[in-house]
Design a protein around this ligand. Structure first.
Ligand code: ADQ
Length: 463
């Protein structure tokens, strides 16, 4: 079997992997020869050009350091102040600084130069996410003819939004250097085809822009998932039970509505709190009988838009508390902290409603984890945004438009009064889908597809 080289922005560190994705990729790598490659997490004035290799929990990991300026331009700048908001259709939240793009390309070039000497011709390379779109083009420039696959974890933007991203044409040309491009959902493939079939032919100087040739690149949907059976076990583990007992003491007889997200404007948290406010305002009989727990650890908090969003959410939670709290009942708890998977699994299991209402999301793994953690005898209800990639596979969820907070409030009300029989039937459908789309199946499908490809060198020789 060919060696596998996984490339991502950050390399895994020692200790238990935080997310299901990291666990799955580690497992995939442990089953075959190869290594993981990426940024070490270290910034230095004059980083060495060569990568250093270490063993991390039995995996071989190649790392490079970056300068502070390059990292800022590449990560907080071009990746997270342009690509992330624009790909989530939030052009209003993009900030543009011409130097960021240069930094983004420079870091991709550095990745390629440090990785290239360690590649063997038959290695299969799997590159992850929007930080590294130019990597295949940079590797090809250095002569690599390997099979190279790319997986986009976030949504692909609709064509009009893509056209508004500075340097989008170079980025799309970069994408055409991959043999296989995987995306989360069919809607992403539709958006990609819209771009590929009708490329904007205008440039400032009036010269026609060259179209991008995608004839050597396969672009397909490979929806990611979690490990639902592992969550089912975790949700009844001693650590989960400890969390459940703590919560039950605090909650009395109230039913739990739960949100778990990174604190990110794409997750629709202000709309969610507004919908909850409407639920309480329109259904006085529910007050004292429900409780919203929103867990949202800060992320990317050096970026201004994230700080602003965090302040906005603080204010909204305070507003709902002031409006509805009583000396002996609080309508919500807002926790800005990360929890271990066992604690999360316990909370998922006790939540009558899993509230997953992003404004736009590549997939959303919290939805998968919530489904996996349910008690089959008495499962909760998943309230899910239509604009999460997960909506394509979770047809049995109560699907809502998260911008329509009346609809989300109504879905919560329906979930709270849903008869056991219907909850079970819906959950069985959800659990089937979560198993079909497990993270292990995702990795195997992507790598089977990439492994079966001929690679650029052989294709070229054949033509
Ligand atoms: P994210 O935007 O990070 O991922 P998501 O898919 O929900 O979103 O994954 C979040 C992960 O972080 C989950 O595994 C969750 O358990 C964990 N997490 C969230 N809040 C936590 C907390 N308070 N404590 C501990 N853990 C917490 C990006 C894309 C998604 C896509 C994934 C994977 O934006 O659309 O599904 O990658 O491809």
């Amino acid at each position: 079997m060919s060696r596998l080289v996984i490339v991502s922005n950050r390399t895994p560190s020692t200790g238990p992997a935080a997310g299901g994705l990291a666990v799955a990729l580690r497992k995939t790598l442990a089953e075959r020869d190869g290594f993981w490659f990426g940024w070490s997490g270290k910034l230095s004035e004059q980083p060495p050009r060569e990568a250093r290799f270490e063993e991390v929990d039995g995996l071989t990991v190649g790392k490079i350091d970056l300068t502070r300026q390059d990292h800022h331009a590449y990560y907080a700048g071009f990746s997270n102040s342009i690509l992330w908001p624009a790909f989530h259709l939030r052009l209003d939240l993009t900030t543009f600084d011409g130097q960021w793009y240069e930094g983004y390309r420079r870091v991709n070039t550095r990745f390629a130069e440090a990785l290239r000497p360690h590649l063997k011709p038959d290695d299969v390379i799997w590159v992850h996410d929007y930080h590294l779109i130019p990597l295949a083009a940079e590797l090809r420039r250095l002569g690599a003819r390997n099979r190279i696959g790319f997986y986009l974890h976030i949504p692909f933007p609709v064509a009009d939004t893509l056209f508004a991203i500075p340097h989008h044409l170079e980025l799309m040309r970069d994408l055409s250097h991959y043999d296989l491009v995987g995306m989360q959902a069919q809607r992403d493939i539709v958006a990609f085809n819209e771009f590929a079939d009708h490329q904007a032919p205008l440039s400032l100087s009036g010269d026609p822009l060259k179209a991008v040739d995608f004839s050597k690149t396969i672009v397909e949907a490979f929806p990611i998932g979690s490990d639902p059976d592992a969550f089912a076990r975790l949700a009844v583990s001693p650590a989960a039970n400890k969390m459940v007992r703590r919560m039950q003491r605090a909650m009395d007889e109230q039913r739990l509505i739960l949100g778990v997200d990174r604190l990110d404007y794409s997750k629709g948290l202000p709309q969610r709190v507004e919908a909850y406010e409407k639920l309480l305002a329109n259904n006085p009989q529910l007050r004292r009988g429900v409780h919203l727990l929103q867990i949202a650890p800060p992320s990317r908090d050096t970026i201004k838009e994230y700080q602003h969003h965090s302040d906005q959410l603080d204010a909204m939670c305070g507003h709902v508390m002031g409006r509805f709290a009583e000396p002996d009942w609080q309508p919500l708890t807002y926790v800005k902290r990360a929890y271990g998977q066992p604690s999360l699994a316990g909370l998922y299991r006790m939540a009558r409603i899993g509230l997953v209402t992003p404004l736009r999301d590549g997939m959303n793994l919290v939805a998968h984890e919530y489904v996996g953690s349910q008690n089959p005898e008495d499962p909760g209800v998943l309230v899910l945004s239509r604009f999460a990639g997960a909506a394509e596979i979770f047809e049995d969820a109560l699907q809502v438009n998260p911008f329509d907070t009346d609809e989300t409030a109504e879905a919560m009300r329906m979930g709270l009064s849903m008869p056991l029989e219907e909850r079970r039937a819906r959950w069985e459908g959800l659990m089937r889908a979560a198993r079909t789309h497990s993270v292990d199946n995702w990795a195997a499908r992507f790598l089977d597809r990439l492994g079966a490809m001929a690679g650029r060198a052989r294709q070229r020789n054949a033509s």
